[in-house]
Design a protein around this ligand. Structure first.
Ligand code: FAD
Length: 464
């Protein structure tokens, strides 16, 4: 009789859990997966996929507006039906959920639709009172929206709620300036909602390249989005038919809805990590080594619950690496270099590698070792559409080696363009190699291979 019920138990059937379980099963491993919500996890059910479908919905506004200069006549904007977009989006999510269930079944993974927690290093207990054992346990429980506990916070919705709103509000306050906040701001702005973003910091998108942050804030303001900085909400009140946010100075901001997009926290609370001696770090995440192994040698953790980079492709890569290492005799470590990311705003951002500020910090011992190349222009499409929108492309280059350390773009198709540039950066591409590459004309992407003029060096005057 086998010593354990399963070779591998995975807790959480989201991006990482499903990918790792299927890969393990493909090598003949006996796998069980536990999921208390819908299979597919954050990305499929309440993240990347639904928000991008809504983003596509919003993009039609630009298309209708821009069509005039291209000879298409229309009288005003056509009517928009939120319920139809939301329901069509939900149908697609249902379809993807079925695809995921089907994939798990076909790969021979046993699904238990229950919550699981750890009892000991080899045993999980389920919310319906059963327990199962495994040689190896993989924690892939993801993350959830964090709410800052101010008075009246129960009146705020999160990104989970915003995706399924029963009715489109006329006005929406978004508290937070991260990528989820600005993406939802762009979506709802395009759908005709008056948007106010409240941020404590001086600019949106902390951690992104400053030129991108400033350029996107300019474009968002041109589209009528208010971005109010230095605001720390203290209270949320419900008025007769609206909500009011009151900040640290007693200033009040009123809207039909308030959305809190103030970060996410790893889903650890229900796991009973104490039972196996795992202690979370200061961010509430599970510490792991480069093989995604926790302090308990047979318990692994991947994805948002670890929080190395809270992105779907990272969770998938981490989980598959474990399956390769344990079940295919193919020790695999995940490389965290040059992970491309996008922000699906209007216009979108794409970015890979170091920001200018990070590159300068990294180079500070080498004295003036970073060159920056930048182009800021109006894309060809808008010569006829008349839209006042800028495109920004930027390369950050290490002077001594000529290596491109970072590529950043704001403009149409920036996310699509950035995937290819991430390959180039991972191959160690130099600025000279970018320059030798023939451009694809006419495109905005060709700007990346025609950047000639170095931006003035901000350190030059201090060096004397
Ligand atoms: P998840 O996919 O969240 O899966 C975890 C699963 O575990 C969940 O289904 C949960 O129900 C389950 N679970 C939790 N606890 C238990 C338990 N005790 N027992 C059983 N089951 C449990 N990433 C991108 O790369 N690109 C994007 O454009 C993007 N957009 C996003 C937009 C939004 C609004 C959000 C919220 C996230 C977005 N992300 C995006 C991030 C991405 O969704 C996550 O990084 C990714 O889903 C993490 O995968 P995971 O496997 O770690 O967790």
């Amino acid at each position: 009789m086998a010593e354990f019920d399963f070779d591998l138990i995975t807790i959480g059937a989201g991006s990482g859990g499903v990918a790792g379980s299927r890969r393990a099963a493909s090598y003949g491993t006996k796998v069980a997966i536990f999921e208390h919500s819908r299979v597919g996890g954050t990305c499929v059910i309440r993240g990347c996929v639904p928000k991008k479908l809504l983003m596509y919905g919003g993009q039609f506004r630009d298309a209708f507006e821009d069509a005039l200069g291209y000879g298409w006549d229309q009288r005003g904007l056509p009517d928009f039906d939120w319920t139809r977009l939301r329901d069509n989006k939900d149908r697609e999510i249902d379809r993807l959920n079925r695809v995921y269930l089907d994939m798990l079944a076909k790969s021979g993974v046993t699904l238990f639709p229950v919550k699981a927690r750890l009892r000991d290093a080899h045993t999980v207990e389920t919310s319906d009172g059963r327990s199962f054992t495994a040689q190896t346990i993989l924690i892939a429980t993801g993350s959830s929206p964090s709410l800052i506990p101010i008075l009246g916070i129960e009146h705020a919705i999160t990104s989970d709620d915003a995706l399924v709103l029963p009715k489109l509000p006329k006005s929406l306050i978004i508290w937070g300036g991260g990528y989820i906040a600005v993406e939802f701001a762009s979506i709802f702005n395009a759908l005709g909602v008056k948007i106010t973003i409240l941020i404590r910091a001086g600019q949106i998108l902390n951690g992104f390249d400053d030129d991108l942050r400033n350029a996107l804030a300019d474009e968002m303001r041109k589209r009528g989005i208010s971005i109010l900085t230095g605001v720390k909400p203290q209270t949320i009140e419900k008025t007769y038919d609206q909500y009011r946010v009151i900040d640290q100075n007693g200033e009040a901001y009123q809207a039909d809805r308030i959305m809190a997009a103030t970060g996410r926290h790893p889903n650890c609370a229900d796991l009973d990590l104490n039972a196996v001696g795992i202690t979370t770090d200061t961010k509430g995440a599970i510490p792991v080594d480069r093989w995604s192994r926790t302090v308990v040698p047979n318990i692994y953790a991947v994805g948002d619950v670890v929080g190395r980079a809270a992105l779907t492709p990272v969770a998938i890569a981490e989980a598959r690496a474990i399956a390769e290492t344990l079940y295919n005799n193919n020790p695999t470590e995940v490389s965290y270099d040059n992970i491309p990311t996008a922000v699906f705003t209007a216009p979108p951002l794409g970015t890979v590698g170091l920001t200018e500020a990070q590159a300068r910090v990294q180079a500070q011992t080498k004295d003036d070792a970073v060159d920056v190349y930048r182009a800021n222009f109006r894309g060809m499409k808008h010569s006829l559409s008349g839209r006042d929108e800028r495109t920004l492309v930027k390369l950050v280059v290490e002077r001594a080696s000529d290596r491109v350390l970072g590529a950043h773009m704001m403009g149409a198709d920036a996310p699509e363009i950035m995937q290819g540039l991430a390959v180039a950066l991972n191959c160690g591409a130099t600025k000279r190699q970018f320059d030798r590459t023939i451009g694809l004309h006419p495109s905005a992407a060709e700007e990346f291979v025609t950047l000639r003029d170095k931006a003035p060096d901000p350190l030059a005057c201090t060096r004397g």
